[in-house]
Design a protein around this ligand. Sequence first.
Ligand SMILES: O=C[C@H](O)[C@H](O)[C@H](O)COP(=O)(O)O
Length: 233
Amino acid sequence: MPHRKELKQEAAVRAAALVESGMRVGLGTGSTAKYAILELGRRLREGELTDIVGVPTSDASDTLARAQGIEIVELGTLELDLAIDGADEIDPNLDLIKGLGGALTREKLVELRAKRLVIIADDAKLVTRLGEKAALPIEVVRFGFESTLARLADLGARGTLREQGGQAYVTDNGNYIFDARFGDALPDAATLAERLKLTPGVVEHGLFLGMATQAFVASSEGVREIPARSRTS
Ligand SMILES: O=C[C@H](O)[C@H](O)[C@H](O)COP(=O)(O)O
C-alpha cells in the first residue's frame, strides 16, 4: 500500500502536468504543494517547460521555488493561469478548509487571482461536511487578540491559539492563528465566512468556498480527478 507521502506526490504530479510554457502559476504551501513545486522544477530542468513564472503563497514556498529555478514574481494585480495547492478538508462541492500550514491569507490572495485553482490531496482530506475533522484556522492580528478571540467565541468558536515550540505561532504576515471548532461540523459555511470577515481583528479565515475548480485526490487505488467546475468566487 502506498505511503501518504507517495499519494501526495502522485496527485501533485498530475496537477503539475497541467502547467504549460509561458503560464503564470500560483504556488501553494504545505507537504502536498511542495511536490508540485518540485515537479515544476524537474519539468523546467528537463526542458519540458519554459518561461513560467510563479507567485508563492508563503516564504517557505518562495524559497523552495527559487531553489528549483522557478522565476518568482510579485502578485501585484497579475492574473494567474493556474494555482496548485493542498487542502485540509475537501467537501463534495470542492469547498475547502485550508490553513493548517499557516499560509491561508496569502493563499487566498494568490488563488483568487487564478483562473483555475487545482487542489491536490490524499483521500484522507475528503469529508462530507466541512469541520468534520479539521479545525478552521483563523488569522488574527496580534494587537488586542484576546478581544478578537472573545468576539469569535460569541460566534460559537471554541478552540486554541496555535503554538509552536511553546510559543504562539506567528504567520509570515506577523499575525496569530486561532484554530476554531464549531461543534461536530461547521454550521452554514457561507454565513460563517461572512461573519468572520466582519469581525474586527480577523485578517482571514481558512474557508475557501467556490474557489477550487478541480481536484486530484490520490488513494491506494490511484489518482481520482474531481472534474473541473466553474468558480463562484
Ligand atoms: O496553510 C497551509 C495550506 O492551506 C495547506 O495547503 C494545507 O494545510 C494542506 O497542507 P498539506 O498538504 O501539508 O496537508
